[in-house]
Design a binder for this molecule. Structure first.
Ligand code: AMP
Length: 198
């Protein structure tokens, strides 16, 4: 099965998804990281995505669906993955469901990391100073939040309506505290294989 990390920019999805991937032995699939790798490589996809990412807007759905489809077809993804940054629109969520249904797979859990907007802006601007991400600027953050509210937030209702398990996680606190909450929500403390993502 598949776990999806969900939430506004700067909530710590990447950090927590990497930790859950290490705990479960499932690959961490971050579409943001995949796109940044394409930008560094200077590929055609990277060249198309770079200005969109820098502005805080979303890369077109058809492109992202193709990227995720080829990643999910890789052998290491056959037992499940930890998704981070995908799906980000209702059409992406619906395309993902179609893709998974065709291979008899499904989303086990959506982990919704929640952090108040003021704290997010602070985190993002701090990360901009340390990591040098092109979209961690005040302007791009404002656009990323606008796009999140408009296009990404409705994905939660899409999953709730489909009856997919959605766990709300308080994302305020230390990295360890948030990890602890995630493991508690998954209800599988002390075990290596988490039922929802096995
Ligand atoms: P992230 O690292 O998840 O914050 O993603 C960084 C940027 O990559 C986003 O602001 C988008 O421009 C782009 N991106 C990543 N994932 C997606 C996606 N699923 N759909 C559209 N754009 C995406």
């Amino acid at each position: 099965m598949i776990a999806v990390f969900f939430g506004p920019p700067g909530t710590g999805k990447g950090t927590q998804a990497a930790r859950l991937a290490a705990t479960t032995g499932r690959p961490h699939v971050s579409t943001g990281e995949m796109l940044r790798a394409e930008v560094s490589k200077g590929s055609a996809l990277g060249a198309e995505a770079a200005p969109i990412m820098k502005s805080g807007k979303l890369v077109p759905d058809d492109l992202m669906v193709r990227v995720i489809q080829s990643r999910l077809e890789e052998p290491d993804a056959s037992d499940g993955v930890i998704l981070d940054g995908f799906p980000r629109t209702v059409p992406q969520a619906s395309a993902l469901d179609t893709m998974l249904e065709s291979t008899g797979r499904e989303i086990g859990v959506v982990l919704y990391l929640d952090v108040p907007e003021a704290a997010l802006r602070e985190r993002i601007l701090l990360r901009g100073q340390t990591d040098g991400r092109a979209d961690d600027t005040s302007e791009a953050f404002t656009e990323r939040m606008r796009v999140y509210e408009l296009e990404t937030a409705p994905v939660v209702d899409y999953y709730k309506n489909r009856g997919t398990r959605v766990e709300w996680i308080d994302g305020v606190g230390t990295v360890d505290e948030v990890t602890e909450r995630i493991l508690t929500a998954l209800g599988d403390h002390g075990h290596n294989g988490l039922e929802a993502v096995s």
